[in-house]
Design a binder for this molecule. Structure first.
Ligand SMILES: Cc1cc2nc3c(=O)[nH]c(=O)nc-3n(C[C@H](O)[C@H](O)[C@H](O)COP(=O)(O)O)c2cc1C
Length: 184
């Protein structure tokens, strides 16, 4: 990681292919809050640059994988936002994490978001927490679950629920401030 006077870079990883999705929107909202605190942000676009499944033919030489890993190396922190699928993170999110090793992520901060069609649950958040720990990430205690996702956003894309908005603000603050602390 670079000089403390340089802005930190926060990378968003979406568990939905399309960034025009609830998780793409949650990443935008979270990264805007990080930017308000002085961070630079980037998002990997799975729709334009899909990652092959780990182990698929040709995957070890795949240019999208190289680009994804280079973006991860350049980042100081990560935000993971995944839909809950059958009680856990989506395959897109798991495969994205499978392409990251501790050489890309060790000692870096992770913030976690999940969206649910149904009631709030910590399963997906806990599963992503374990995976991030496995690649030596420091996961913030703050985390955000967005239940009843079909009713979670206003027409302008802002969050309906004030308590979720305040969780987003707290998590962005934790990501940025803890990343700066770890970079010292
Ligand atoms: C295969 C599949 C499994 C799902 N499983 C769950 C689930 O276990 N719990 C839940 O609350 N919602 C479940 N959902 C609803 C998704 O969580 C919801 O559609 C998603 O959070 C919306 O985010 P997106 O717009 O980024 O796709 C499931 C949806 C799909 C397609």
């Amino acid at each position: 990681m670079g000089d403390v006077s340089e802005p930190i870079v926060v990378m968003g990883i979406c568990g939905s292919y399309d960034l025009d999705s609830a998780n793409g929107r949650m990443l935008e909202i979270m990264l805007e809050e990080c930017e308000a605190l002085g961070a630079e942000t980037v998002i990997w676009d799975h729709g334009s640059y899909p990652l092959p499944l780990v182990g698929a033919e040709g995957c070890w030489e795949d240019e999208n994988v190289k680009g994804f890993q280079e973006m991860a190396i350049s980042a100081d922190a990560f935000v993971l936002s995944s839909p809950e699928y059958h009680g856990t993170m989506s395959g897109v999110m798991k495969n994205s994490l499978d392409w990251l090793y501790s050489k890309h992520t060790s000692g870096k901060v992770f913030g976690l978001i999940c969206t649910l069609g149904g009631q709030s649950s910590n399963n997906t958040l806990n599963h992503m927490r374990i995976a991030a720990r496995w690649i030596h990430g420091w996961v913030t205690p703050e985390q955000v679950a967005v239940p009843n996702i079909k009713h979670a956003f206003e027409e302008d894309g802002s969050l309906v629920d004030e308590s979720i908005k305040s969780r987003v603000i707290d998590m962005a603050s934790s990501i940025v401030h803890n990343t700066v602390k770890l970079r010292r």
